[in-house]
Design a protein around this ligand. Structure first.
Ligand code: FMN
Length: 211
């Protein structure tokens, strides 16, 4: 459902209530809202403010169907083939059954998300810089938090990536461009804007030196 006033959510409230949303309705997202999300995204940082990026909005059913098939190959290889094992596991460090089911649902319904965004780094395809992503993932998070303000769910996904060359061709990207994610957007069909569960701060924060 389109949300209430997108300006009413405080920044910190948004930061604390934006989990991955994988159950999405097919309800269209208005063009001006998609534009507002992208306008928030590009306020994000890039090294030297070079902004060597492109943001591809995909709504075309045929393009989505093709990429969703490639995504499902990745899903099957990485997770689907271990379905029973993951669902039966009680390893607290592993993927929870609820996350598995949600991710499986997204894999099976990816093309139903009304809008997809591919954040793309230009000139990055052959980069060996391990910090490459830092010039776009801040902006990607802006996009997902702006979506949250409009009541739109999102998940950063990468499971299509074994087909990077195919995706590049399909989206008519330059040879040296690298897609950095696929973000399916849609109004949530299930679930809540709950605080994401994370390891306790005391386990992951260190003062002055790592211990
Ligand atoms: C680099 C990266 C790749 C990801 N790839 C996928 C993906 O392909 N499919 C998916 O469903 N979720 C993907 N995710 C989402 C993570 O599973 C999610 O951020 C994590 O489970 C935390 O979820 P939460 O914020 O709802 O707790 C990815 C996240 C990151 C940061």
């Amino acid at each position: 459902m389109p949300s209430e006033d997108p300006h009413s959510l405080s920044l910190l409230e948004g930061l604390h209530s934006t989990p991955a949303r994988r159950y999405l309705s097919a309800e269209p997202i208005p063009d001006d809202v998609v534009r507002a999300l992208l306008d928030a995204a590009v306020r994000g940082p890039s090294g030297g403010n070079t902004q060597r990026w492109a943001w591809i909005v995909v709504r075309d059913a045929e393009v989505k169907r093709q990429i969703a098939d490639w995504y499902r190959e990745g899903w099957e290889r990485s997770y689907g083939s271990r379905r029973e094992q993951i669902l039966a596991s009680d390893d607290p460090q592993g993927m929870s059954a609820a996350t598995f089911r949600a991710a499986e649902h997204l894999a099976n319904h990816l093309e139903e998300a009304p809008v997809w965004i591919f954040p793309v780094l230009l000139g990055a395809a052959r980069s060996a810089n391990p910090r490459l992503g830092s010039s776009i993932y801040g902006a990607v998070q802006h996009l997902m938090l702006a979506a949250r303000a409009y009541g739109i769910g999102a998940t950063l996904t990468t499971l299509y990536a074994a087909h990077e060359d195919d995706v590049r061709r399909l989206l008519h990207l330059p040879d040296d461009a690298l897609t950095m994610a696929l973000i399916p957007l849609g109004y949530p069909a299930r679930g809540r804007w709950s605080q994401p569960r994370r390891r306790p701060l005391d386990e992951v924060v260190f003062f002055e030196r790592y211990e």
